[in-house]
Design a protein around this ligand. Structure first.
Ligand code: C2E
Ligand code: CA
Ligand code: CA
Length: 384
């Protein structure tokens, strides 16, 4: 509705509302009530509905009626309604509460992809509402530049010489302070915000890599985490290529971390994408290795440079037999396929010693350094 108003003007917006209003009234019985509640929201009161099924029938009919494209100035516009339902007296004790809960249920419907109806449900309504609030905050955060990258040094196991760094995103939230990716990446992925966010990370990481190189610091490559949505999006490789070109940075300064799951489906397509990334000079690493269902055939056939042993295995080293066996197996397998191995989340000397003995050539973790803001990272590099 907002888009129609903005692009076609208020007259077209009014006509759209009228059309929808007529469709709603035509779907209902004479004894039902309908009113426009404000903006593009309508309220329907079904006094004679006896049970949930009756309401579901009406909701389905409303969806079908409203979804028929509307003719606005000769242009066909599709309307995607979201319906929230609250029942009296089960869901509410007062009219105001009934309206409030129907409203929350509508947010739930919106968060489930729109063009659907949802009944009021206290628990999921809160989560959906939080996600929606976060979605709009995330959009603003991008515009206001509230994201930052922290960098965690990656070192050679033998002498702890710096060989690169992993870029990890944080959100400098105006009210809540520094937020970690587990808080907002899942929301961004659901809401398709992951594409602009991922692009931002890529560009920022590449810029830092260039700045450090110009300053004479040898910290490249910088490893960037990818999300599935990003890797599978159309034009992903071109987008990476464009960033490198625009920032005037060779692909050798960039490493991409892909999780096992991203490499699982559509092997020919994945193969093609990786080959093109490699042709740009980019290093490919498999993140969280051992936690998914990666097929060994994929590991052999895909152009993978590096395998990253997940923190969950590293934390139990060296004493837990199963973790030690898995780490050892990953290292041997990767080496026999000509790939190198990096361990993440190394926190103590015993873990380092075990990994060194097994021939794991690189590592990162709090033992070396926690992820640091760009400036602190620079300072760390200059000191070591
Ligand atoms: P990950 O790729 O497995 O990253 C490693 C996580 O382990 C990071 O958490 C890092 O701060 C933490 N870590 C590093 N060393 C240690 C250690 O010695 N001990 C312990 N306990 N933890 C350690 P973080 O920064 O909270 O990131 C969490 C996840 O969020 C990452 O897991 C990654 O999957 C995702 N992520 C981070 N940045 C990005 C990004 O820019 N894009 C995407 N798509 N995902 C990101
Ligand atoms: Ca990672
Ligand atoms: Ca991990």
């Amino acid at each position: 509705f907002k888009r129609v108003n903005d692009s076609l003007g208020h007259l077209a917006g009014d006509k759209l509302l009228q059309t929808v209003a007529v469709r709603i009234t035509e779907t209902l019985r004479a004894t039902d009530r309908v009113a426009r509640f404000g903006g593009d929201e309508f309220m329907v009161l079904l006094p004679h509905a006896r049970q949930r099924r009756d309401v579901e029938d009406v909701a389905r009919k409303l969806l079908a009626a409203i979804e028929v494209p509307v003719d606005a100035d000769g242009r066909l516009i599709s309307v995607t309604p979201s319906i929230g339902v609250a029942l009296f007296p089960g869901d509410a004790q007062s009219p105001a509460e009934l309206i409030k809960h129907a409203d929350s249920a509508m947010y739930l419907a919106k968060s489930r992809g729109r063009a659907n109806y949802q009944f009021f449900d206290p628990a999921s309504v809160q989560t959906a509402y939080d996600a929606l609030v976060m979605e709009s905050q995330l959009v603003q955060a991008l515009e206001r530049n509230e994201f930052v990258l922290h960098f965690q040094p990656q070192v050679r196991t033998l002498d702890q010489a710096l060989i690169g760094a992993e870029a990890l995103i944080r959100w400098n939230h105006p009210q809540q302070g520094l937020l970690y990716p587990d808080h907002f990446i899942p929301v961004a992925e659901q809401q398709r915000l992951m594409l602009p966010l991922g692009q931002w990370v890529l560009r920022e990481a590449v810029r830092c890599a260039r700045r450090w190189r110009e300053a004479g610091l040898s910290v490249a490559p910088i490893a960037v985490n990818l999300s599935t949505v990003q890797f599978q999006s159309a034009g992903f490789v071109e987008a990476v290529e464009r960033v490198l070109q625009e920032e005037n940075v060779p692909g050798e300064l960039l490493e991409l971390e892909l999780s096992e799951r991203m490499l699982m489906d559509d092997l020919p397509d994945v193969m093609h994408k990786l080959a093109r990334l490699k042709a740009l000079g980019i290093c490919i690493a498999v993140d969280d290795f051992g936690t998914g269902y990666f097929s060994l055939r994929h590991l052999k056939e895909l152009p993978i440079d590096k395998v990253k042993i997940d923190r969950s295995f590293v934390q139990d080293l060296p004493h837990a037999q199963d973790a030690a066996a898995i780490a050892r197996a990953i290292i041997q397998m990767a080496h026999s396929l000509g790939q190198s191995v990096i361990a993440e989340g190394v926190e103590n000397q015993q873990q380092l010693d075990f990994l060194a003995t097994q021939g794991c050539e690189e590592l990162q973790g709090d033992l070396i350094s926690a992820p640091l803001p760009a400036e602190a990272f620079e300072g760390w590099v200059r000191r070591t």
